[in-house]
Design a protein. Structure first.
Ligand code: SAM
Length: 306
Protein backbone atom coordinates (compact mmCIF):
# COMPACT_ATOMS: atom_id res chain seq x y z
CA UNK A 1 0.00 0.00 0.00
CA UNK A 2 1.49 3.33 -1.11
CA UNK A 3 0.77 6.51 0.76
CA UNK A 4 1.44 10.12 -0.20
CA UNK A 5 0.88 13.06 2.11
CA UNK A 6 0.39 16.49 0.57
CA UNK A 7 -0.38 19.11 3.19
CA UNK A 8 -3.69 18.03 4.74
CA UNK A 9 -4.31 15.33 2.14
CA UNK A 10 -3.40 11.66 2.60
CA UNK A 11 -3.65 9.60 -0.57
CA UNK A 12 -3.48 5.80 -0.69
CA UNK A 13 -2.74 3.70 -3.70
CA UNK A 14 -4.76 0.77 -2.42
CA UNK A 15 -8.23 -0.71 -2.64
CA UNK A 16 -10.83 1.01 -0.48
CA UNK A 17 -11.33 -2.37 1.23
CA UNK A 18 -7.80 -2.24 2.69
CA UNK A 19 -7.84 1.42 3.64
CA UNK A 20 -11.23 1.65 5.34
CA UNK A 21 -10.48 -1.36 7.56
CA UNK A 22 -7.51 0.53 8.99
CA UNK A 23 -9.14 3.95 9.24
CA UNK A 24 -9.99 5.04 12.75
CA UNK A 25 -12.06 8.12 11.99
CA UNK A 26 -13.36 10.48 9.32
CA UNK A 27 -15.90 13.24 9.87
CA UNK A 28 -17.60 12.54 6.56
CA UNK A 29 -17.43 10.25 3.55
CA UNK A 30 -18.00 11.84 0.17
CA UNK A 31 -17.41 9.68 -2.87
CA UNK A 32 -18.14 8.78 -6.44
CA UNK A 33 -18.12 4.97 -6.53
CA UNK A 34 -17.94 2.81 -9.64
CA UNK A 35 -21.53 2.99 -10.91
CA UNK A 36 -21.34 -0.67 -12.03
CA UNK A 37 -22.81 -0.27 -15.48
CA UNK A 38 -19.97 1.04 -17.61
CA UNK A 39 -17.89 -1.35 -19.66
CA UNK A 40 -14.65 0.16 -18.48
CA UNK A 41 -11.86 -1.30 -16.40
CA UNK A 42 -12.30 0.97 -13.41
CA UNK A 43 -16.04 0.28 -13.10
CA UNK A 44 -15.65 -2.91 -11.10
CA UNK A 45 -17.67 -4.27 -8.17
CA UNK A 46 -16.40 -3.49 -4.67
CA UNK A 47 -17.21 -4.85 -1.23
CA UNK A 48 -20.35 -2.82 -0.53
CA UNK A 49 -21.08 -4.31 2.92
CA UNK A 50 -17.54 -3.64 4.05
CA UNK A 51 -17.75 -0.02 2.90
CA UNK A 52 -21.05 0.77 4.58
CA UNK A 53 -20.43 -1.15 7.80
CA UNK A 54 -17.08 0.56 8.24
CA UNK A 55 -18.65 3.92 7.35
CA UNK A 56 -20.88 3.41 10.37
CA UNK A 57 -17.86 2.57 12.50
CA UNK A 58 -15.64 5.50 11.51
CA UNK A 59 -18.19 8.35 11.26
CA UNK A 60 -19.35 10.36 14.26
CA UNK A 61 -23.10 10.56 14.91
CA UNK A 62 -23.31 13.89 13.07
CA UNK A 63 -21.19 12.68 10.13
CA UNK A 64 -22.50 12.46 6.58
CA UNK A 65 -22.03 9.94 3.82
CA UNK A 66 -22.72 11.34 0.40
CA UNK A 67 -22.66 9.23 -2.75
CA UNK A 68 -22.93 9.71 -6.48
CA UNK A 69 -24.69 6.91 -8.28
CA UNK A 70 -27.15 5.68 -10.79
CA UNK A 71 -29.72 2.95 -11.22
CA UNK A 72 -29.98 -0.36 -9.37
CA UNK A 73 -26.64 -0.19 -7.58
CA UNK A 74 -27.41 3.33 -6.34
CA UNK A 75 -30.81 2.30 -4.98
CA UNK A 76 -29.21 -0.74 -3.33
CA UNK A 77 -26.54 1.41 -1.63
CA UNK A 78 -29.13 3.86 -0.31
CA UNK A 79 -31.31 1.02 0.98
CA UNK A 80 -28.31 -0.62 2.64
CA UNK A 81 -27.47 2.64 4.41
CA UNK A 82 -31.05 2.92 5.68
CA UNK A 83 -30.89 -0.69 6.93
CA UNK A 84 -27.74 0.19 8.86
CA UNK A 85 -29.58 3.04 10.56
CA UNK A 86 -28.28 5.97 8.51
CA UNK A 87 -30.83 8.73 8.02
CA UNK A 88 -31.54 10.07 4.55
CA UNK A 89 -31.12 13.83 4.43
CA UNK A 90 -31.19 15.01 0.82
CA UNK A 91 -31.06 14.09 -2.83
CA UNK A 92 -29.25 16.37 -5.25
CA UNK A 93 -29.15 16.30 -9.00
CA UNK A 94 -26.11 17.38 -10.95
CA UNK A 95 -27.30 18.96 -14.19
CA UNK A 96 -24.32 18.37 -16.49
CA UNK A 97 -25.93 20.52 -19.20
CA UNK A 98 -24.54 18.30 -21.92
CA UNK A 99 -24.87 14.57 -22.42
CA UNK A 100 -22.01 12.42 -21.15
CA UNK A 101 -22.32 9.85 -23.92
CA UNK A 102 -24.51 8.44 -26.63
CA UNK A 103 -27.73 7.46 -24.90
CA UNK A 104 -29.95 4.85 -26.51
CA UNK A 105 -33.34 6.28 -25.71
CA UNK A 106 -32.88 9.65 -24.09
CA UNK A 107 -30.11 12.17 -23.74
CA UNK A 108 -28.95 11.72 -20.19
CA UNK A 109 -27.70 14.98 -18.74
CA UNK A 110 -27.78 14.41 -14.99
CA UNK A 111 -26.34 12.39 -12.15
CA UNK A 112 -27.78 11.84 -8.71
CA UNK A 113 -26.16 12.36 -5.33
CA UNK A 114 -27.67 11.17 -2.07
CA UNK A 115 -26.79 12.52 1.37
CA UNK A 116 -27.28 10.51 4.58
CA UNK A 117 -26.21 11.18 8.13
CA UNK A 118 -25.20 8.50 10.57
CA UNK A 119 -27.64 9.93 13.11
CA UNK A 120 -27.84 13.62 13.89
CA UNK A 121 -26.11 15.58 11.12
CA UNK A 122 -27.83 18.78 9.99
CA UNK A 123 -26.93 20.15 6.59
CA UNK A 124 -25.32 23.59 6.37
CA UNK A 125 -27.08 26.41 4.55
CA UNK A 126 -24.24 27.82 2.46
CA UNK A 127 -24.94 30.75 0.18
CA UNK A 128 -23.82 30.19 -3.37
CA UNK A 129 -22.46 33.22 -5.25
CA UNK A 130 -25.19 34.74 -7.43
CA UNK A 131 -23.45 34.35 -10.79
CA UNK A 132 -22.67 30.69 -10.11
CA UNK A 133 -26.23 29.94 -9.08
CA UNK A 134 -27.43 31.68 -12.23
CA UNK A 135 -24.97 29.42 -14.08
CA UNK A 136 -23.42 32.49 -15.73
CA UNK A 137 -26.51 32.67 -17.98
CA UNK A 138 -26.75 36.13 -19.50
CA UNK A 139 -30.50 35.67 -20.09
CA UNK A 140 -31.18 34.97 -16.45
CA UNK A 141 -28.92 37.75 -15.24
CA UNK A 142 -30.54 40.20 -17.70
CA UNK A 143 -33.97 39.20 -16.36
CA UNK A 144 -32.89 40.02 -12.80
CA UNK A 145 -31.45 43.36 -13.90
CA UNK A 146 -34.74 44.22 -15.61
CA UNK A 147 -36.60 43.52 -12.36
CA UNK A 148 -34.20 45.78 -10.50
CA UNK A 149 -34.51 48.61 -13.00
CA UNK A 150 -38.33 48.35 -12.90
CA UNK A 151 -38.16 49.52 -9.28
CA UNK A 152 -35.49 52.12 -9.72
CA UNK A 153 -37.51 53.78 -12.49
CA UNK A 154 -40.41 54.53 -10.10
CA UNK A 155 -40.80 57.74 -8.06
CA UNK A 156 -39.40 57.24 -4.53
CA UNK A 157 -38.16 53.88 -5.74
CA UNK A 158 -34.75 54.07 -4.16
CA UNK A 159 -36.12 55.31 -0.82
CA UNK A 160 -38.64 52.45 -0.59
CA UNK A 161 -36.01 50.01 -1.61
CA UNK A 162 -33.66 51.18 1.13
CA UNK A 163 -36.35 50.51 3.75
CA UNK A 164 -37.02 47.02 2.47
CA UNK A 165 -33.34 46.24 2.20
CA UNK A 166 -32.79 47.29 5.81
CA UNK A 167 -35.60 44.95 6.92
CA UNK A 168 -34.34 42.11 4.77
CA UNK A 169 -30.83 42.53 6.01
CA UNK A 170 -32.00 42.31 9.59
CA UNK A 171 -33.99 39.21 8.76
CA UNK A 172 -31.13 37.65 6.85
CA UNK A 173 -28.78 38.12 9.73
CA UNK A 174 -31.39 36.67 12.06
CA UNK A 175 -32.16 33.59 10.02
CA UNK A 176 -30.26 32.32 7.02
CA UNK A 177 -33.39 30.47 5.90
CA UNK A 178 -35.50 33.60 5.62
CA UNK A 179 -37.44 33.83 2.43
CA UNK A 180 -37.21 36.85 0.18
CA UNK A 181 -40.15 38.40 -1.56
CA UNK A 182 -42.67 38.82 1.29
CA UNK A 183 -44.97 41.60 0.17
CA UNK A 184 -47.26 43.93 2.12
CA UNK A 185 -48.44 46.39 -0.49
CA UNK A 186 -48.00 46.94 -4.17
CA UNK A 187 -45.14 49.36 -3.55
CA UNK A 188 -43.53 46.99 -1.15
CA UNK A 189 -43.98 44.17 -3.59
CA UNK A 190 -42.06 46.04 -6.27
CA UNK A 191 -39.41 46.93 -3.76
CA UNK A 192 -39.30 43.30 -2.67
CA UNK A 193 -38.74 41.79 -6.10
CA UNK A 194 -36.02 44.33 -6.68
CA UNK A 195 -34.59 43.88 -3.20
CA UNK A 196 -34.72 40.12 -3.54
CA UNK A 197 -32.46 40.33 -6.53
CA UNK A 198 -30.10 42.87 -5.02
CA UNK A 199 -29.79 40.70 -1.91
CA UNK A 200 -29.13 37.65 -4.08
CA UNK A 201 -26.36 39.49 -5.89
CA UNK A 202 -24.90 40.76 -2.63
CA UNK A 203 -25.29 37.72 -0.37
CA UNK A 204 -25.52 34.81 -2.78
CA UNK A 205 -28.39 32.34 -2.93
CA UNK A 206 -29.44 29.30 -0.97
CA UNK A 207 -28.25 26.07 -2.59
CA UNK A 208 -30.74 24.31 -4.86
CA UNK A 209 -31.41 20.60 -5.19
CA UNK A 210 -30.41 20.81 -8.86
CA UNK A 211 -26.85 22.00 -9.34
CA UNK A 212 -26.12 23.15 -12.85
CA UNK A 213 -22.42 22.94 -13.76
CA UNK A 214 -20.93 21.93 -17.11
CA UNK A 215 -18.88 18.75 -17.32
CA UNK A 216 -15.10 18.83 -17.35
CA UNK A 217 -14.49 18.13 -21.02
CA UNK A 218 -11.32 19.18 -22.76
CA UNK A 219 -8.84 18.79 -19.94
CA UNK A 220 -10.44 15.80 -18.20
CA UNK A 221 -7.87 13.30 -16.93
CA UNK A 222 -10.37 10.63 -15.83
CA UNK A 223 -13.32 9.24 -17.85
CA UNK A 224 -15.83 10.05 -15.09
CA UNK A 225 -14.10 13.08 -13.62
CA UNK A 226 -16.34 15.33 -11.55
CA UNK A 227 -15.92 19.12 -11.70
CA UNK A 228 -14.08 20.42 -8.66
CA UNK A 229 -16.63 23.17 -8.30
CA UNK A 230 -19.48 20.66 -8.08
CA UNK A 231 -17.58 18.88 -5.31
CA UNK A 232 -17.17 22.17 -3.48
CA UNK A 233 -20.90 22.85 -3.51
CA UNK A 234 -21.56 19.49 -1.83
CA UNK A 235 -18.64 19.80 0.58
CA UNK A 236 -20.04 23.18 1.67
CA UNK A 237 -23.38 21.52 2.46
CA UNK A 238 -22.07 18.63 4.53
CA UNK A 239 -18.92 19.83 6.28
CA UNK A 240 -17.07 22.62 8.08
CA UNK A 241 -13.49 23.86 7.73
CA UNK A 242 -11.07 21.51 9.47
CA UNK A 243 -13.28 18.42 8.98
CA UNK A 244 -11.74 15.26 7.56
CA UNK A 245 -13.42 13.82 4.47
CA UNK A 246 -12.70 10.30 3.24
CA UNK A 247 -13.16 9.55 -0.46
CA UNK A 248 -12.88 5.77 -0.92
CA UNK A 249 -12.92 5.98 -4.75
CA UNK A 250 -10.64 8.90 -5.42
CA UNK A 251 -10.20 8.63 -9.21
CA UNK A 252 -8.29 11.70 -10.37
CA UNK A 253 -8.65 13.39 -6.98
CA UNK A 254 -11.26 16.04 -7.84
CA UNK A 255 -12.76 15.90 -4.34
CA UNK A 256 -9.27 16.16 -2.86
CA UNK A 257 -8.54 19.34 -4.79
CA UNK A 258 -11.89 20.75 -3.61
CA UNK A 259 -11.16 19.80 0.02
CA UNK A 260 -7.75 21.48 -0.12
CA UNK A 261 -9.28 24.65 -1.54
CA UNK A 262 -11.87 24.66 1.23
CA UNK A 263 -9.66 23.94 4.22
CA UNK A 264 -10.89 20.38 4.75
CA UNK A 265 -8.58 17.47 5.46
CA UNK A 266 -8.76 14.78 2.82
CA UNK A 267 -8.14 11.04 2.74
CA UNK A 268 -8.44 9.29 -0.62
CA UNK A 269 -7.95 5.73 -1.82
CA UNK A 270 -7.58 4.63 -5.43
CA UNK A 271 -6.95 1.17 -6.82
CA UNK A 272 -5.51 2.19 -10.19
CA UNK A 273 -1.85 3.22 -10.29
CA UNK A 274 -2.53 5.57 -13.19
CA UNK A 275 -5.35 7.49 -11.50
CA UNK A 276 -3.53 7.50 -8.18
CA UNK A 277 -0.61 9.27 -9.83
CA UNK A 278 -2.99 11.69 -11.53
CA UNK A 279 -4.62 12.49 -8.19
CA UNK A 280 -1.25 13.02 -6.51
CA UNK A 281 -0.17 15.37 -9.31
CA UNK A 282 -3.43 17.34 -9.27
CA UNK A 283 -3.45 17.79 -5.52
CA UNK A 284 0.20 18.85 -5.57
CA UNK A 285 -0.56 21.33 -8.34
CA UNK A 286 -3.41 22.80 -6.36
CA UNK A 287 -0.74 24.51 -4.28
CA UNK A 288 -1.17 23.02 -0.78
CA UNK A 289 2.07 21.12 -0.68
CA UNK A 290 3.44 22.81 2.41
CA UNK A 291 3.25 19.57 4.37
CA UNK A 292 5.64 16.71 3.88
CA UNK A 293 5.46 14.02 1.20
CA UNK A 294 6.10 10.44 2.06
CA UNK A 295 5.51 7.00 0.68
CA UNK A 296 5.11 4.20 3.18
CA UNK A 297 2.84 1.41 4.24
CA UNK A 298 -0.27 2.33 6.20
CA UNK A 299 1.07 0.53 9.24
CA UNK A 300 4.38 2.33 9.00
CA UNK A 301 2.90 5.83 8.79
CA UNK A 302 4.07 8.29 11.40
CA UNK A 303 0.48 8.97 12.41
CA UNK A 304 0.12 5.30 13.33
CA UNK A 305 -3.53 5.11 12.48
CA UNK A 306 -4.57 6.57 9.15
C1 SAM B 1 -16.25 7.00 -10.66
S1 SAM B 1 -14.53 6.98 -10.49
C2 SAM B 1 -14.16 8.38 -9.49
C3 SAM B 1 -13.87 9.61 -10.30
C4 SAM B 1 -13.50 10.81 -9.45
N1 SAM B 1 -14.63 11.31 -8.72
C5 SAM B 1 -12.88 11.94 -10.28
O1 SAM B 1 -13.42 13.06 -10.29
O2 SAM B 1 -11.87 11.69 -10.93
C6 SAM B 1 -14.28 5.62 -9.42
C7 SAM B 1 -12.81 5.29 -9.17
O3 SAM B 1 -12.77 4.23 -8.19
C8 SAM B 1 -11.66 3.40 -8.50
N2 SAM B 1 -11.92 2.10 -7.84
C9 SAM B 1 -12.69 1.07 -8.28
N3 SAM B 1 -12.74 0.08 -7.36
C10 SAM B 1 -12.00 0.51 -6.31
C11 SAM B 1 -11.70 -0.04 -5.02
N4 SAM B 1 -12.17 -1.23 -4.64
N5 SAM B 1 -10.91 0.68 -4.18
C12 SAM B 1 -10.44 1.91 -4.56
N6 SAM B 1 -10.68 2.47 -5.76
C13 SAM B 1 -11.46 1.79 -6.61
C14 SAM B 1 -11.61 3.35 -10.00
O4 SAM B 1 -10.31 3.04 -10.48
C15 SAM B 1 -12.05 4.79 -10.38
O5 SAM B 1 -10.95 5.62 -10.62
Amino acid sequence: MKKTIIGDAVLYHAPMEEVIRELGHADHIFTDPPFLYLKQDFDKPFDESLLFENAKRILPDNGFISLFGRGTSFYRWNTRLAELGFKFREELVWDKRRSSGIAKHITRVHETISVHTKKTGILNTPRVPYEEMRAYSLDRIAYDLRRISSRLDKPDGIEKLKIVIAEKKARLEFDAHSKYGVSFSEDRMYADTCCERLCMIENGMLEKSIISIGRTHCNAVHPTQKPTYLAKRIIALISSPGDTIYDPFMGSGSFGVACMDMGRKYIGSEISAEYYKTAVDRIKQSGYENGRDSEAGLEASEEGQA
